[in-house]
Design a binder for this molecule. Sequence first.
Ligand SMILES: C[S@@+](CC[C@H](N)C(=O)[O-])C[C@H]1O[C@@H](n2cnc3c(N)ncnc32)[C@H](O)[C@@H]1O
Length: 358
Amino acid sequence: MATTAAVPTINEERMQAFLHHVVSDFAAALSSTLGYIGQRLGLYTALRDAGPMTPEQLAKRTGTVERYVREWLVNQAAGGYVDYDSKTGKYSLSPEQAVALTDESSPYYVGGGFYSVKAMQNAQQRIEDAFRNGGGILWREHDPDLFVGTEKFFRPGYTAHLVKEWIPALSSIEGRLRAGARVADVGCGHGVSTAIMAQAFPKSHFYGFDNHEASITRARELAKEWGVDGRLKYQVADATQIPGENYDLIAFFDCLHDMGDPVGALKRAFQVLAPSGSLMIVEPMAGETVEENFNPVGRCFSAASTLCCTANSLALGGPALGAVATEKQLRETATAAGFKYFKRVAETPFNRVFQATK
Ligand SMILES: C[S@@+](CC[C@H](N)C(=O)[O-])C[C@H]1O[C@@H](n2cnc3c(N)ncnc32)[C@H](O)[C@@H]1O
């Protein structure tokens, strides 16, 4: 006799709360696209510079079409990204909104996130195919806004913490950098981390490596823009073939977990590190258990990992450590490459910083 599946009992209150949660996510996803448009068209910077404006005034100032701007502003005010004065019909940015949305040099800037989200969403079809068939998508195959977004989104964290907290937290490194040391920044991307270190430690020599040629080109431009191009050198190179030798510090910023051969990369780092040198491995914040990632940061990083980090490693037949790799996995990776000591020395809500030595 066929059995009838039990009809699950729906708790109406829990159902409504869940639906509200999902609809909020739809609102966030759609609004992120509008945030990207606001960044690209200078709508936020215009509001910052000109003060409270009507949709007509904002459209005129930015050379955009009023009807779109009017709709955009309703969305932005509904999301708390801009303020609205119903008496005047004008929209404005509070000091906090202005800094977070427009000031790229501030540690509070979040605008880069819109570029990363947009680029990762563009990877959907490739990733859906990879779910079915395996494989992945290489870093360089993504929408170029991913590289722009990474530069803009990671810069605030490096500005706030790298020189003031992370380097001082490494045992016996800061003094060497002040005196003059050799530093490799592996998987340097657009080189924001390299340039920040070069600004802070003028007696040291910095070498940035990445296997993505377009990123190295941009890193060279950025070093010129920041006036530090005389103090650092960039080269296209795979992490498993880091050029040079005798580095006092080798850094991997938010890239080890992406790599096709993270053990191979750290083995090469072991070979070219000075005997008393150190590795600094900066990785996204993640928990030691699955459930420790059940928070907004873990949600963001596991999504980015699916669409980008895990996919890059799987495209190369790698172990796919992913953005929420545990400390245990990272320690095992360093140990497999020959490093004896491995320690978490600092953390922020978004990053874990590890030191490894021979
Ligand atoms: C998430 S981005 C981080 C970029 C940069 N470190 C930062 O923090 O802004 C990861 C970077 O790792 C680089 N990468 C991945 N695998 C690599 C490899 N095997 N050798 C060199 N670079 C690699 C990518 O090209 C990309 O620029």
